[in-house]
Write a protein that binds this ligand. Sequence first.
Ligand code: SF4
Length: 223
Amino acid sequence: MERKISVTGTKQKLYDNLKKSPEAKTGDSVKSTNIIPVHLIRQWCYCPRVVYYMELNYISINQPSWVQQGEDFHEKERLLWKRRNLSRFNLDDGKVYQNLFLKSEKLSFHGIVDMAIESSDAVYAVEFKLSNKIAKRKDWLQLTAYAMLLEEKFSKTSPFGFLTGKGQHVLHKIKIDKQKRQEVLRIVNAIKSMLEKGIKPDSSATAVQCCICEYINFCNDRM
Ligand code: SF4
């Protein structure tokens, strides 16, 4: 059975609402070291020092052009999914949420998943990716983190999630297994520990990664 999608808000609106919320006023929000944003998991996978610069040094950098391209792509995908059905995911039916804010005290992280599909017995995270080369560790760990948040919010299992790329036929089905869950929790603990101690972490970034990193000017040992 094909089903049309209902849309529930945008990421920007949700972030705006978050800023106005009582928990934001008490500091238990985006900048808390107790509950960290999911996107830091991606950054940590690239290089732990990026998280250090972003969260503890508040170094502002010029956004590279691909960041704006990514935001435009997300908005385009969001609008396209208003019209698409779930057959692409091989799912018969399900309620669809877009830009859903999720937060867990127990897991110690929060984030806004691009899309979530709730079926009668399961819930699935969907992330829109600009690149078609998306089966990377940082992508599936981010997806796993959202799946874990969804499981808690909906009290349903999340056996797998989806990474979609450019074009109708780019779809990666990612199994949300025990190993990925443990890896997410390990990284979250490592980030929290680094934020609490405030010590610049070592980096295993390659020369190629450093060359295209926006923080290269702050890493004297990498120049
Ligand atoms: S320049 Fe290299 S070591 Fe420094 S933050 Fe960037 S990726 Fe990490």
